[in-house]
Write a protein that binds this ligand. Structure first.
Ligand SMILES: [Zn+2]
Length: 485
């Protein structure tokens, strides 16, 4: 639905592009856009299951893009975690559901991630996976999980709640999933917990450690509830019903070129730049007037920090008629950060929002840009007003010379770097994170902290940084440490 490319003729030789040797199909309903090289039957099965679980949630959102991969090789290349038969990926512009296995529980599980990603802030892995498993069985007990817990025992609570547990799980990810399901299943099916579950989730989204969030919401220790879940062993259940008449899928052949572009876009969103570069470069050689190639190569230039080249390519994509919201959005960002005309920034953002009305990132920036234009700030106002410098003794990182207390509103992911947007003292500041993996993060306790890209659930943050304006990044300094409260 989002992609409107008019490709009349096929200039690419078959199998010329990586990952597009097979026949691709586009199977769609008003709620889903599914691309598959696994044949019509498998694609139809997946979309029928997606419509079923959508009816259970009775949830409406812009259609996620669903891939159903035929081959193990494709799935692995595009998968985040190899042991999983499906994945969910949310980006500011688009959501993806990636599937190889289209069995009911897998499809329901990934769709649940989609719903929660759109309706909640970041939840810890154990909770997110537990919820996805709970809905995957429509509230019924999952015998396989119960058997695994009965034979293998439960993971120690600390290990289960840790960030790594989902991927390592003590070498046993299945046990992590089983335990997360059993616990969340109890929370949803027991009257004691169900009513106060929203309060618990809210505390988790705020970044409270699980034990604290649990005590706050339910007034008892988490470990006691874990014992309870172990004793209950999925005995309760609730019934969820698939509702109504669901739309019939439309099936159409997908040419190799749009299939290749869709795969390249996915690679880009998965930060698999090498693969994306290969496809876009091939495409730009074969079809120099296709805006998709310039848009993709421009997005890659942006991520490696080559801003002049990114601006040139994105501008070319726009001149060639690109209808990708991301292209207009990224172009707007580049114009703004190189001190370009605010009116030009607003125009590009308006086009991004018109093309993807759900693009929260673009809407946020558009609102900001319009506000800034009304207020007509003097140039460099933010940079002149460096906040007072006070470094607490506990923060002995010698590099930072400045400090900012505020609310983290937004994270721009720019390839290997990131930019934090923070509201403080009635203003907004941007700060560069040069090497995200090397920034010490304090006060997080047992909380899982991840920089999701895009708008953040507002959260108090303390930032220590070196005051050093970077006009290209639009930042006032480089972050040396972060703390959350
Ligand atoms: Zn999952």
């Amino acid at each position: 639905m989002r992609r409107v490319l008019s490709i009349a003729t096929l200039l690419l030789a078959p199998a010329a592009l990586p990952g597009v040797a097979a026949q691709w199909l586009r199977i769609s309903t008003p709620n889903f856009e599914l691309l598959t090289d696994a044949g019509e039957n498998k694609g139809r099965t997946a979309i029928v299951k997606l419509e079923e679980i959508r009816s259970v949630f009775d949830f409406s959102a812009p259609a996620p893009r669903v891939f159903v991969f035929a081959s193990e090789a494709d799935r692995k290349r595009f998968d985040l975690h190899e042991f999983r038969p499906g994945s969910f990926l949310g980006t500011p512009e688009r959501s993806y559901i990636l599937l190889r296995d289209v069995s009911e529980r897998i499809v329901y599980h990934e769709y649940t991630h989609f719903v929660f990603a759109r309706t909640h802030g970041a939840l810890p892995a154990w909770f997110a996976e537990g919820v996805a498993e709970f809905y995957s069985a429509l509230g019924q007990a999952i015998p396989g999980h119960l058997a695994r817990l009965a034979s293998g025992g439960w993971l120690p609570v600390e290990e289960w709640l840790s960030k790594e547990a989902a991927w390592i799980g003590g070498g046993d990810p299945a046990r992590f999933y089983a335990q997360s399901w059993a616990f969340v299943h109890m929370l949803y099916t027991s009257r004691t917990y169900r009513d106060r579950l929203p309060g618990f989730m809210k505390r988790l989204e705020e970044g409270a450690p699980a034990a604290q969030a649990f005590a706050d919401a339910f007034g008892k220790p988490l470990v006691d509830a874990v014992d309870e879940a172990r004793a209950l062993a999925g005995r309760n259940s609730i019934a969820m019903a698939i509702k109504g008449k669901r739309p019939d899928p439309q099936v159409a052949a997908l040419d190799k070129t749009p299939a290749a572009i869709a795969l390249a876009d996915l690679s880009l969103d998965l930060n698999q730049y090498g693969h994306a570069f290969e496809i876009y470069t091939k495409l730009s050689g074969d079809r120099p007037d296709d805006p998709a190639a310039a848009a993709g190569l421009g997005a890659l230039a942006l991520r490696r920090g080559d801003y002049p080249e990114a601006r040139r390519l994105l501008r070319r994509a726009i001149e060639l008629g690109s209808r990708e919201a991301r292209t207009h959005y990224e172009y707007a960002m580049l114009v703004r950060e190189s001190g370009g005309e605010p009116a030009a920034v607003i125009e590009s953002l308006q086009r991004a929002v018109a093309l993807a009305p759900d693009f929260a990132d673009a809407k946020y920036l558009l609102g900001r840009a319009e506000l800034d234009l009304k207020q007509k700030p003097e140039g460099g106002e933010v940079r002149k007003s460096k906040p007072a410098v006070t470094i607490p003794k506990s923060w002995n990182n010698p590099e930072g010379d400045s400090r900012l207390d505020g609310v983290l509103e937004h994270v721009d992911c720019l390839g290997t770097q990131a930019r934090l947007r923070v509201a403080a003292n009635g203003r907004r500041y941007s700060l560069a994170v040069r090497e995200p993996g090397k920034i010490p993060i304090r006060n997080t306790g047992a909380v899982t902290f991840e920089f999701g890209c895009g708008p953040q659930k507002p959260r108090r943050i303390e930032i220590e940084y070196v005051a050093k304006a970077d006009p290209a990044m639009g930042t006032i300094g480089d972050v040396t440490a972060l703390g959350f409260r």
